[in-house]
Design a protein around this ligand. Structure first.
Ligand code: SF4
Length: 699
């Protein structure tokens, strides 16, 4: 019987139909009715059936290296967390979760941490992909709201992709954009990225700007829009505040100055500015190249400023658009799965919001200050301020910056609990307790994609071994710690509670609202079709586009301009470390390859870690195409295959983020990446680490 579910990889959130025959063989195909993909799947999505075997799975709980029963493991976790909280206080424990888990899992672990233990030390690997956009949205709109929808990309006449290799990282969305351009002779695509990536193949203009200079470019654009009569005066006057200060900040910035600072040809910058100024329907999409920066929030606001000045937001075919990396980065934000949020887009620092959430949960306590964000959390584990950590469905020893420090932190931690579907990862190696989790195809719940669309992930495979849903494990630990309110019969009951909380005392002052879904019975939940929040009595079929009325979620209901002063990366290059290391994805792998690495077809695309050099840099470093290079930063080192290409900007090296392992030769690039973060969002600067390179000759 075919089952409709959704892809567990990127934030596009494609619909998938999975079929399992009598022999147990699984096939997958794109769901022709899912509004994200209309039947298409990319290479990763098409290979899903090849990645669901039980090889390498964690199938039983493990305590101190010994397989054991669930009762023993759950008692161990509950007693360990309770004792440490009793002896050292709530902030001595932490939870580090993932944009891979389902909204229902996220909801209950956030409820346990913030409402019952009383700590906001719960953060997520989504911190690494979109935290700067969250903060930028809040500064501009008063809420973490993605204004538009995928349809806007198909009706735009200008698509500006900033720091996004969508052709590889959001392939189906990119295919939709290219198809729309083919049908619309007026449509142009501009790619802003230091590298010439596959995304540039479909572009009319590529601006290979100097690494990190995005704010300068968009400040220059703001100045140009002001001087070329592209201001939507009525919108600016009625629906925004702060335009004058933002314009004063960029006053006098010329195209020539902008081009010079960004390392671009003046004519190319002028052309981009002219297209932007003269095109009404503009969507600016941005992703990790903007977010993963120590000034990522400012870069987001520099982009949003340009849309506010031209009034290009809240209408078809226009708006700023943050592309989320993970399948449920957005769902995690909805339930407060970040250290600086409460559930349902409420604020930890807001006493009224804390009161609303605590009364709703009937909880004994509520966290009243922000917790530690990802990088700071592992620093606190390293110096033993945090003595117990529960890591769920993520592999921080590979994916966090300064990754060797993360490994040492876990080794120093009194109690490390890891919930995962895989037995052997770089992180499970450091755990005292392993809890086997269900994975894609086995679990039930919801995820939210980049356009605020909630879709179901549905079960079509039996639970293997003793593996269980993460929400169930969290609830069992919570009950063993003596807490009530964790006796859900199924994922549907958690979703109903989450929807009720979103509508509880929400008088239209909060964007996230599922009030029309808060009484779904189990059958309706099971049949839920993809829908974009908010879903209210007024908009029972969802809301494709926000801010259509020109009203925002700030106290005065006006959007805010944010004056942006461009800042350099925290760690500059030097004579000792002359190259900028930039990390990112390859087309056919996902995160740390624990699943996509199982498919020979996907591995055939790129089968080993590599480092891309500009020919001049390769010559200077003495490395040759096809040879090996040792890359060294002040934080660590790695060895990778050398690829010499003129598509790399001079002075930059690109290395994919996926490979993992204990040794430098395993290609774990985050061992090199600097742990600098944005001061507001806490998002790491994964695109800018000073490194040096030299030829590596194996002994
Ligand atoms: Fe999955 Fe993303 Fe590919 Fe769609 S584009 S099939 S969500 S990996």
């Amino acid at each position: 019987m075919p089952v409709k579910t959704s892809c567990p990889y990127c934030g596009v959130g494609c619909g998938v139909i999975a079929d399992r025959d009598a022999s147990g063989a699984v096939t997958v195909r794109g769901d022709p009715l899912h509004p994200a993909n209309f039947g298409r799947l990319c290479a990763k999505g098409s290979a899903l059936a090849e990645t669901i075997g039980l090889e390498g799975r964690l199938l039983a709980p493990v305590v101190n290296g010994q397989e054991t029963s669930w009762d023993t493991a759950l008692d161990h976790v509950a007693e360990g967390f309770a004792r440490i909280v009793r002896e050292h206080g709530p902030d001595s424990v932490a939870f580090y979760v993932s944009g891979q888990i389902l909204t229902e899992d996220y909801y209950v672990i956030n409820k346990l941490a913030k409402g019952f233990i009383g700590t906001a030390n719960i953060d997520t690997n989504s911190r690494l992909c979109m935290a700067s956009s969250v903060a930028g949205h809040k500064r501009a709109f008063g809420s973490d709201t993605v204004p538009g929808c995928y349809e806007d990309l198909e009706t735009a006449d200008l698509l500006v992709l900033v720091g996004s290799n969508a052709a590889w990282c959001h392939p189906i969305l990119y295919q939709r954009m290219v198809a729309a351009k083919a049908n619309n002779p007026a449509c142009r695509i501009v790619v802003i990225d230091p590298r010439r990536t596959a995304t540039c193949d479909g572009a009319d203009l590529h601006l290979p700007l100097r690494s990190g200079s995005d704010s300068v470019l968009f400040n220059g654009l703001l100045a140009h829009l002001a001087s070329s009569n592209a201001i939507d005066r009525a919108f600016v006057d009625e629906s925004t505040t702060g335009a004058e200060a933002a314009l004063q900040q960029v006053a006098g910035q010329t195209v020539a100055q902008t081009a010079d600072i960004c390392g671009l040809a003046e004519g190319a910058v002028a052309l981009f500015f002219d297209w932007f100024a003269k095109t009404e329907r503009v969507v600016t999409l941005y992703s990790q190249g903007v977010n993963q920066s120590s000034s990522g929030v400012d870069k987001v606001n520099a982009i949003i400023n340009c849309h506010l000045l031209t009034g290009r937001i809240g209408r078809p075919g226009m708006g700023p658009f943050s592309l989320t990396g993970q399948p449920n980065a957005m769902g995690g934000r909805e339930v407060g799965g970040l250290a600086n949020q409460l559930a349902a887009h409420m604020e930890i620092e807001n006493p009224r919001h804390r009161d609303i959430v605590q009364r709703f949960w009937q909880s004994p306590i509520i966290a009243d200050k922000q917790g530690l964000k990802a990088v700071d959390m592992f620093d606190a584990i390293a110096d033993q301020r945090i003595k117990a950590v529960w890591i769920m469905s993520t592999n921080p020893v590979v994916s966090l910056p300064d990754a060797d420090r993360v490994r040492r932190a876990l080794d120093a931690c009194e109690l490390v609990v890891v919930s995962d579907c895989m037995r052997h990862t770089d992180t499970t190696r450091h755990a005292h307790v392993l809890l086997p989790a269900l994975t894609w195809g086995e679990k039930d719940g919801t995820v939210t994609n980049s356009e605020r669309r909630i879709s179901r992930q549905r079960r079509f495979l039996p639970a293997p071994g003793a593996a269980r849903a993460d929400w169930q494990t969290v609830c069992d630990v919570a009950q063993r710690m003596g807490f009530s309110g964790f006796d859900y019969p199924n994922a549907a009951a958690i979703f109903r509670e989450h929807a009720r909380l979103s509508s509880f005392e929400n008088e239209g002052t909060r964007d996230f609202d599922l009030s029309a879904l808060n009484t779904l019975d189990d059958r309706a939940y099971d049949a839920l079709t993809p829908i974009q929040w908010p879903v209210t009595r007024e908009y029972p079929t969802g809301t494709p586009r926000m801010f259509e009325t020109g009203q925002f979620f700030t106290p005065d209901r006006k959007a805010r301009f944010v004056p942006v002063t461009p800042r350099a990366a925290v760690n500059a290059t030097s004579r000792d470390y002359p190259l900028v290391l930039n990390t990112g994805r390859v087309r056919d792998q996902w995160h740390t390859m624990t699943r996509t690495g199982k498919s020979p077809r996907l591995l055939a695309h790129v089968f080993e870690p590599y480092a891309e050099f500009h020919p001049d840099d390769a010559r200077m470093a003495g490395v040759e195409n096809g040879g090996l290079a040792r890359l060294t930063s002040p934080w660590g080192e790695m060895v990778a295959r050398v690829v010499v290409t003129a598509e790399q900007r001079r002075g930059c090296v690109f290395v994919p983020m996926h490979w993992n392992g204990e040794y430098a030769g395993d290609g774990r690039v985050n061992a090199l990446v600097n742990p600098a973060t944005d001061p507001i969002s806490g998002q790491p600067e994964s695109k800018h680490t000073p490194v040096k390179a030299a030829a590596y000759l194996p002994k």
